[in-house]
Design a binder for this molecule. Structure first.
Ligand code: 5GP
Length: 184
Protein backbone atom coordinates (compact mmCIF):
# COMPACT_ATOMS: atom_id res chain seq x y z
CA UNK A 1 0.00 0.00 0.00
CA UNK A 2 1.42 3.38 -0.99
CA UNK A 3 0.85 5.58 2.03
CA UNK A 4 3.35 8.19 0.88
CA UNK A 5 0.64 9.65 -1.31
CA UNK A 6 0.02 13.38 -1.46
CA UNK A 7 -3.50 13.02 -0.01
CA UNK A 8 -2.29 11.40 3.23
CA UNK A 9 -0.72 14.73 4.23
CA UNK A 10 -4.23 16.11 4.81
CA UNK A 11 -5.11 13.47 7.41
CA UNK A 12 -4.56 13.91 11.13
CA UNK A 13 -4.38 10.12 11.29
CA UNK A 14 -5.43 6.87 9.66
CA UNK A 15 -8.44 5.47 11.53
CA UNK A 16 -9.03 2.17 9.67
CA UNK A 17 -6.57 0.53 7.32
CA UNK A 18 -7.40 -0.99 3.96
CA UNK A 19 -6.57 -4.43 5.36
CA UNK A 20 -8.95 -3.99 8.30
CA UNK A 21 -11.68 -2.84 5.92
CA UNK A 22 -11.25 -5.89 3.67
CA UNK A 23 -11.36 -8.22 6.67
CA UNK A 24 -14.65 -6.76 7.94
CA UNK A 25 -16.23 -6.78 4.47
CA UNK A 26 -15.44 -10.49 4.19
CA UNK A 27 -17.14 -11.13 7.57
CA UNK A 28 -20.19 -9.14 6.46
CA UNK A 29 -20.35 -11.06 3.17
CA UNK A 30 -20.16 -14.39 5.04
CA UNK A 31 -23.08 -13.30 7.21
CA UNK A 32 -25.14 -12.08 4.22
CA UNK A 33 -24.43 -15.29 2.28
CA UNK A 34 -25.98 -17.23 5.17
CA UNK A 35 -28.91 -14.90 5.85
CA UNK A 36 -30.03 -14.55 2.23
CA UNK A 37 -29.35 -18.17 1.21
CA UNK A 38 -32.02 -19.34 -1.27
CA UNK A 39 -33.25 -15.78 -1.85
CA UNK A 40 -32.72 -13.27 -4.60
CA UNK A 41 -31.27 -9.98 -3.52
CA UNK A 42 -31.40 -6.47 -4.91
CA UNK A 43 -28.41 -4.43 -3.75
CA UNK A 44 -28.90 -0.68 -3.76
CA UNK A 45 -25.78 1.48 -3.72
CA UNK A 46 -26.16 5.00 -2.34
CA UNK A 47 -24.08 7.21 -4.60
CA UNK A 48 -21.42 8.36 -4.51
CA UNK A 49 -19.75 7.57 -1.20
CA UNK A 50 -20.75 3.91 -0.98
CA UNK A 51 -19.47 2.93 -4.41
CA UNK A 52 -16.07 1.59 -3.27
CA UNK A 53 -17.57 -0.44 -0.41
CA UNK A 54 -20.39 -1.64 -2.69
CA UNK A 55 -18.13 -2.98 -5.43
CA UNK A 56 -15.97 -4.82 -2.90
CA UNK A 57 -18.98 -6.26 -1.06
CA UNK A 58 -21.03 -7.56 -4.01
CA UNK A 59 -18.05 -9.47 -5.41
CA UNK A 60 -17.97 -11.49 -2.19
CA UNK A 61 -21.68 -12.36 -2.28
CA UNK A 62 -22.43 -15.86 -3.51
CA UNK A 63 -26.10 -15.11 -4.26
CA UNK A 64 -28.19 -14.32 -7.35
CA UNK A 65 -28.45 -10.53 -7.17
CA UNK A 66 -29.19 -7.38 -9.11
CA UNK A 67 -27.73 -3.94 -8.50
CA UNK A 68 -29.18 -0.45 -8.70
CA UNK A 69 -28.20 3.06 -7.65
CA UNK A 70 -29.73 5.99 -5.78
CA UNK A 71 -28.27 9.43 -5.16
CA UNK A 72 -29.29 11.60 -2.22
CA UNK A 73 -28.00 15.11 -1.52
CA UNK A 74 -25.10 15.13 0.95
CA UNK A 75 -22.98 17.66 2.84
CA UNK A 76 -21.88 19.53 -0.30
CA UNK A 77 -18.52 20.94 0.73
CA UNK A 78 -19.08 21.12 4.48
CA UNK A 79 -18.46 18.66 7.31
CA UNK A 80 -21.87 19.06 8.98
CA UNK A 81 -25.12 17.47 7.87
CA UNK A 82 -27.65 20.08 6.73
CA UNK A 83 -30.52 17.86 7.84
CA UNK A 84 -32.08 18.48 4.45
CA UNK A 85 -32.59 15.29 2.44
CA UNK A 86 -33.22 15.45 -1.30
CA UNK A 87 -33.41 12.71 -3.95
CA UNK A 88 -31.06 13.37 -6.87
CA UNK A 89 -31.31 10.05 -8.67
CA UNK A 90 -33.92 7.36 -8.25
CA UNK A 91 -33.68 3.60 -8.90
CA UNK A 92 -34.14 2.23 -12.41
CA UNK A 93 -35.82 -1.00 -11.23
CA UNK A 94 -38.92 -1.68 -9.14
CA UNK A 95 -38.39 -2.99 -5.59
CA UNK A 96 -41.84 -4.60 -5.47
CA UNK A 97 -41.67 -8.04 -3.76
CA UNK A 98 -37.86 -7.95 -3.64
CA UNK A 99 -35.42 -8.44 -0.79
CA UNK A 100 -33.54 -5.15 -0.82
CA UNK A 101 -30.18 -4.47 0.81
CA UNK A 102 -29.31 -0.77 0.98
CA UNK A 103 -25.54 -0.25 1.00
CA UNK A 104 -24.30 3.03 2.49
CA UNK A 105 -20.87 4.39 3.36
CA UNK A 106 -21.69 6.03 6.70
CA UNK A 107 -24.67 6.66 8.96
CA UNK A 108 -24.40 9.82 11.05
CA UNK A 109 -27.66 11.63 11.94
CA UNK A 110 -29.58 8.79 10.25
CA UNK A 111 -31.82 11.27 8.40
CA UNK A 112 -30.69 10.21 4.90
CA UNK A 113 -31.20 6.53 5.59
CA UNK A 114 -34.52 6.94 7.37
CA UNK A 115 -35.78 8.71 4.25
CA UNK A 116 -34.48 5.97 1.93
CA UNK A 117 -35.70 3.03 4.05
CA UNK A 118 -39.14 4.61 4.31
CA UNK A 119 -39.45 5.16 0.54
CA UNK A 120 -38.36 1.61 -0.30
CA UNK A 121 -40.70 -0.02 2.24
CA UNK A 122 -43.65 2.01 0.93
CA UNK A 123 -42.88 0.82 -2.60
CA UNK A 124 -43.68 -2.76 -1.59
CA UNK A 125 -40.30 -4.39 -1.04
CA UNK A 126 -40.52 -7.81 0.63
CA UNK A 127 -37.76 -6.76 3.02
CA UNK A 128 -35.45 -3.75 3.28
CA UNK A 129 -32.23 -3.97 5.27
CA UNK A 130 -29.35 -1.58 5.74
CA UNK A 131 -25.64 -2.37 5.55
CA UNK A 132 -23.24 0.45 6.29
CA UNK A 133 -19.48 0.46 6.30
CA UNK A 134 -19.30 3.03 9.12
CA UNK A 135 -21.69 3.94 11.91
CA UNK A 136 -21.33 7.17 13.94
CA UNK A 137 -24.01 6.56 16.62
CA UNK A 138 -23.14 9.75 18.58
CA UNK A 139 -24.56 11.86 15.74
CA UNK A 140 -27.91 10.03 15.58
CA UNK A 141 -31.08 12.13 15.49
CA UNK A 142 -33.62 9.30 15.15
CA UNK A 143 -34.04 5.61 16.01
CA UNK A 144 -32.94 4.24 12.62
CA UNK A 145 -32.23 0.50 12.71
CA UNK A 146 -28.80 -0.32 11.31
CA UNK A 147 -28.91 -4.02 10.39
CA UNK A 148 -25.23 -4.43 9.54
CA UNK A 149 -22.31 -2.12 10.34
CA UNK A 150 -18.69 -3.02 9.67
CA UNK A 151 -17.24 -0.39 12.04
CA UNK A 152 -18.57 1.91 14.77
CA UNK A 153 -16.51 5.10 14.83
CA UNK A 154 -16.27 8.23 17.02
CA UNK A 155 -17.85 11.54 16.04
CA UNK A 156 -15.04 12.68 13.72
CA UNK A 157 -15.14 13.68 10.06
CA UNK A 158 -13.57 10.89 8.04
CA UNK A 159 -12.53 10.55 4.40
CA UNK A 160 -11.21 7.82 2.12
CA UNK A 161 -12.44 4.52 0.72
CA UNK A 162 -15.26 6.34 -1.09
CA UNK A 163 -15.91 9.05 1.49
CA UNK A 164 -15.16 12.60 0.38
CA UNK A 165 -14.60 16.13 1.52
CA UNK A 166 -15.65 18.52 -1.25
CA UNK A 167 -15.55 15.53 -3.68
CA UNK A 168 -11.90 14.74 -2.93
CA UNK A 169 -10.15 11.90 -1.02
CA UNK A 170 -12.55 9.18 -2.28
CA UNK A 171 -9.60 7.32 -3.81
CA UNK A 172 -7.67 6.88 -0.54
CA UNK A 173 -7.46 3.12 0.14
CA UNK A 174 -7.67 3.65 3.93
CA UNK A 175 -10.12 5.65 6.06
CA UNK A 176 -8.63 8.62 7.88
CA UNK A 177 -9.62 11.58 10.03
CA UNK A 178 -9.37 14.73 7.95
CA UNK A 179 -7.10 17.35 9.50
CA UNK A 180 -9.42 20.17 10.67
CA UNK A 181 -7.04 22.74 9.11
CA UNK A 182 -8.39 21.59 5.70
CA UNK A 183 -11.94 22.76 6.43
CA UNK A 184 -11.57 25.36 9.22
P1 5GP B 1 -26.73 11.36 7.82
O1 5GP B 1 -27.97 11.66 7.03
O2 5GP B 1 -26.74 10.01 8.49
O3 5GP B 1 -26.41 12.48 8.79
O4 5GP B 1 -25.52 11.43 6.84
C1 5GP B 1 -25.27 10.51 5.89
C2 5GP B 1 -24.35 11.09 4.83
O5 5GP B 1 -23.55 12.16 5.36
C3 5GP B 1 -23.37 10.07 4.34
O6 5GP B 1 -23.86 9.38 3.25
C4 5GP B 1 -22.16 10.91 3.99
O7 5GP B 1 -22.32 11.39 2.67
C5 5GP B 1 -22.22 12.09 4.92
N1 5GP B 1 -21.32 11.93 6.09
C6 5GP B 1 -21.66 11.75 7.38
N2 5GP B 1 -20.56 11.66 8.17
C7 5GP B 1 -19.50 11.79 7.34
C8 5GP B 1 -18.07 11.75 7.54
O8 5GP B 1 -17.53 11.59 8.64
N3 5GP B 1 -17.30 11.88 6.42
C9 5GP B 1 -17.83 12.05 5.18
N4 5GP B 1 -16.97 12.18 4.17
N5 5GP B 1 -19.16 12.10 4.95
C10 5GP B 1 -19.98 11.95 6.03
Amino acid sequence: MNRGKELYKDLSRILITHEEIQHEIQSLADQLNQEYKGKELMCVCILRGAVVFFTDLIRLLDLPLTIDFMAISSYGGTTKSSGEVRMQKDLEQSVMDKHVLVVEDIVDSGLTLAYIMDILSKRGAKSVKLATLLDKPEGRKNDLKVDYACFTIPNEFVVGYGLDYDEKYRNLPDIGILDPKIYM
